[in-house]
Design a protein around this ligand. Structure first.
Ligand code: PLP
Length: 392
């Protein structure tokens, strides 16, 4: 069988062999409950404490206690948004963006139903955050405020100016959360520089397994628990700790730190740029969704539309040829709806359904990019030949 080429790393990443190796002892001999007072407990409680320190160092957190281990990024986002607003004890304002992941938009919708004022800031045609609308929203809203704006977008890779967003939010008295799931491991993150109060990351987007997320909570931030139960995570998240996954998460953070300083991200950026330039040159009527400046996007992401054809059919035919990418569309209620991110950017009608996301990782090779560059133009030409929207 032909080897598969995996270009869908914003959906999930391959667990690094070093991560799996670090986890194995905690799935076999070291299986104790960290809350137990005896030796079995101690043998896992100490490695968890160490893992917390490693993750704290990865994010630049001052104290390990600021790191909460949770079940996934969705839980961490929900906890940040529902937990902070629950601590207010009164209605307030939540400022977010129109292009957030559903893990943020979902809890915001719940808060709106409960009587909070939820403001969604838009983006321009290049996917860039509307700072003017944000400044106006901060100014216009009295009472308690939470800002929840993503660091980098999962579909386009566009990086938001989170430093400025956080500084403006803090100056206006808001609590500030960022979903940094798609930034972690791709860009340096340092909460000593960026004054967010809360920050979410996910293990499986950075070569740890699925089933582990982290919520950074700056000391002094008022937040209620989302999961009520035992005293774990200092009473802020009940449930026996997922020991092997916590260990794997810490290992992934160590590897990401190394990759950020050994030039791996530059290699990925070079491959992404090669793919982007190659596709634009060989596929007529194609356009990149998102600002094309080199550093406007995370280095691994390319979202491109091939006009007049369906992204889904391109993906299907690419998958047949062993190339795995994803589309910007979500299949809702049997109809293919363009994604909310692509719609928020006002992508033209002819291109909105033809968007495809290629997302690379440190395991992506140049040969894989060359093979992709060979197949995509062929598939696009085949689809165009069948398209009722193209004049033949
Ligand atoms: N936030 C962003 C930006 C994401 O890309 C994702 C996953 O795609 C999530 C949150 C949710 O992650 P999970 O499904 O692992 O909970």
């Amino acid at each position: 069988m032909r080897p598969l080429i995996y270009l869908d790393n914003n959906a999930t990443t391959k667990p690094a062999p070093e991560v799996v190796e670090a986890m194995v002892p905690y799935l076999s001999e070291a299986w104790g409950n960290p809350s137990s007072m005896h030796a079995f407990g101690g043998s896992v409680a100490r490695p968890i404490a160490q893992a917390r320190e490693t993750v704290a160092a990865f994010l630049g957190a001052e104290r390990p206690e600021e790191i909460l281990f949770e079940g996934c990024a969705t839980e961490a986002d929900n906890h940040a948004i529902l937990g902070v607003t629950a601590a207010w004890g009164q209605p307030g304002t939540v400022i977010t963006s129109r292009v957030e992941h559903p893990a943020v938009l979902g809890p915001c919708l719940r808060l709106r139903e409960q009587g909070h004022n939820v403001i969604e800031i838009g983006v321009n045609g290049e996917g860039l955050f509307d700072m003017e609308a944000y400044a106006a929203a901060l100014e216009a809203t009295p009472g308690p405020k939470l800002v929840s704006v993503m660091w980098a977008n999962n579909e386009t890779g566009i990086i938001f100016p989170i430093q400025q967003i956080a500084e403006m939010g803090k100056a206006a008295g808001a609590t500030v959360h960022t979903d940094a799931v798609q930034a972690a491991g791709k860009l340096p993150i340092d909460v000593r520089q960026v004054p967010v109060d809360l920050l979410t990351i996910a293990g499986h987007k950075m070569h740890a397994p699925k089933g582990i997320g982290v919520l950074y909570v700056r000391r002094g931030t008022r937040i209620k628990p989302l999961i009520l139960g035992g005293h774990q995570e200092r009473g802020r998240r009940g449930g026996t700790e997922n020991v092997p996954y916590i260990i794997g998460m810490a290992k992934a953070c160590e590897l990401a730190t190394a990759a950020l300083s050994d030039g791996s991200e530059n290699r990925i950026l070079h491959l992404r740029d090669k793919l982007e330039a190659g596709l634009l040159a060989t596929c007529p009527d194609s356009r990149v969704n998102g600002c094309r400046e080199r550093n406007a996007r995370v280095p691994n992401t390319l979202n491109i539309s091939f006009e007049y054809i369906e992204g889904e059919s391109v993906l299907y035919h690419l998958s047949d040829r062993g190339i795995c990418a994803s589309s910007g569309s979500a299949c809702a209620a049997g109809s293919l709806e363009p994604s909310h991110v692509i719609r928020a950017m006002g992508v033209p009608f002819t291109a909105v359904h033809g968007s495809i996301r290629f997302s690379l990782s440190r395991y992506t090779t140049e040969e894989e990019i060359d093979i992709t560059l060979h197949h995509v133009p062929e598939v696009v030409a085949e689809m165009r030949a069948l398209s009722p929207f193209v004049k033949h």
